[in-house]
Design a protein around this ligand. Structure first.
Ligand code: NAD
Ligand code: UFG
Length: 352
């Protein structure tokens, strides 16, 4: 039987590369479209090394309609998992037009190209940030989207709304919105992981770089929140669990309409708890100092993921210690991320 072909936009990035691996291992063919603005093609070579099968890589931009049209005419795509986008919250405040252009215009261009090609099955990377600051915890999918705190969050909310309207306007469409909480961790092989460019914005890669000696100390933003130890609480989930959630979501695309799922572990962990656990597992000190709160941070939120459990048969299975151990293995074995191999070129690459 012919394998179903999945287009993974942003498939060279952190979550997209792990999801591509899970898809290959589940028996799908994978076509990755990525412009490599925040990724290295080396990540895909590691995917192929682990999976023992190949990925078709196309270096191109989701805003490039001609590139998309060519891709859909060259490949019989069954469904699209759409990860491509910009994700740095603070950068979105200083460069809002880039964020709206890539995240919103790019997603709309992709949908137009899909519709023209008759490919109307889409899984979209959304975020817990769409619930906004006033939602009570745990967040549940039945809650409305709230006001957003920055252009990044607004761009996710706008795309969600567009996809909701699209799925109502045309019954051929089936769309799954996956609202991620805080993905961390790495593939257990130590071959793949998160490789942020420049200074990490997110907690986990920052802590890992402190522990490995690449940065001096962690800045903890705020110790006066109304939480048990005064630091912010988040719902961290393993990137492999998250990736498996995407494979399950593909099954939901056989039912037309809009389907929304939280993907989180359902447990809150504070910044200081994370620091303590990382130091314990890595057996390295993680020095830190407190600084004022970071703009836009909420005190605490976590997921109610029962809907994903009931309808997708998905649950976060890996615990915090495993998330940290896998991150640490990746960090130790690749202290500079993928960068040493950044100029490697695959023979299978085509360019739009
Ligand atoms: P990432 O930056 O590692 O991956 C995004 C990928 O998209 C990169 O490989 C980048 O090169 C590519 N890309 C960017 N602009 C593109 C364009 N115009 N055309 C083609 N490719 C382009 O980020 P990630 O952490 O893997 O996140 C993947 C998705 O999940 C994003 O949409 C992000 O907003 C969303 N998300 C991430 C988190 C998180 O904490 N990592 C949380 C919630 C939602
Ligand atoms: N933090 C620090 N120091 C740092 C980095 C982070 O103290 O150097 C704190 C933050 O203040 C926050 C917590 O660690 O309290 C988690 O911060 P992250 O930046 O790792 O994650 P966020 O919860 O801010 O945001 C992440 C993604 C967003 C996504 C959101 C959804 O970056 O894209 O999760 O849950 F929208």
């Amino acid at each position: 039987m012919q394998k179903a072909k999945i287009l993974v936009t942003g498939g060279a990035g952190y979550i997209g590369s792990h999801a591509s691996l899970v898809l290959l291992e589940a028996g799908y063919e994978v076509v990755v479209l990525d412009n490599l603005t925040n990724a290295s093609q080396e990540a895909l070579q590691r995917v192929e090394q682990i999976a023992g099968s190949s990925v078709t890589f196309i270096q191109g931009d989701i805003r490039d309609r001609a590139c998309l049209d060519l891709l859909f005419s060259d490949h019989d795509i069954h469904a699209v998992i759409h990860f491509a986008g910009l994700k740095a919250v603070s950068e979105s405040v200083t460069q809002p037009l880039s964020y709206y252009d890539t995240n919103v215009c790019g997603s709309l261009t992709l949908c137009r190209a899909m519709q023209a090609a008759g490919v109307c099955r889409l899984v979209f990377s959304s975020s817990a940030t769409v619930y906004g600051p006033d939602a009570p915890v745990p967040y549940h999918e039945s809650m409305p989207r709230g006001r957003t705190a920055n252009p990044y969050g607004t761009s996710k909310s706008m795309v969600e709304q567009a996809l909701e309207d699209l799925s109502q306007s045309d019954e051929r469409w089936s769309v799954v919105l996956l609202r991620y909480f805080n993905p961390i961790g790495a593939h257990p092989s130590g071959l793949m992981g998160e490789d942020p460019q420049g200074v990490p914005n997110n907690l986990m890669p920052y802590i890992a770089q402190v522990a490995v000696g690449r940065r001096e100390e962690l800045t903890v933003f705020g110790n006066d929140y109304a939480t048990a130890d005064g630091t912010c609480v988040r719902d961290y989930l393993h990137v492999m669990d998250l990736s498996e959630g995407h494979a399950k979501a593909l099954g939901r695309l056989s039912t037309p309409g809009l389907h929304i799922y939280n993907l989180g572990a359902g447990k809150g962990v504070s910044v200081l708890q994370m620091v303590e656990a990382f130091a314990r597992i890595s057996e390295r000190p993680v020095p830190y100092h407190f600084a004022p709160r970071r703009d836009g941070d909420l005190a605490a939120f976590w997921a109610d993921s029962q809907k994903a459990e009931q309808e997708l048969g998905w649950q976060a299975r890996r615990g915090l210690d495993e998330m940290i151990a896998d991150t640490w293995r990746w960090q130790c074995r690749n202290p500079q991320g993928y960068s040493t191999d950044i100029h490697t070129k695959s023979q299978r690459t085509s360019k739009c």
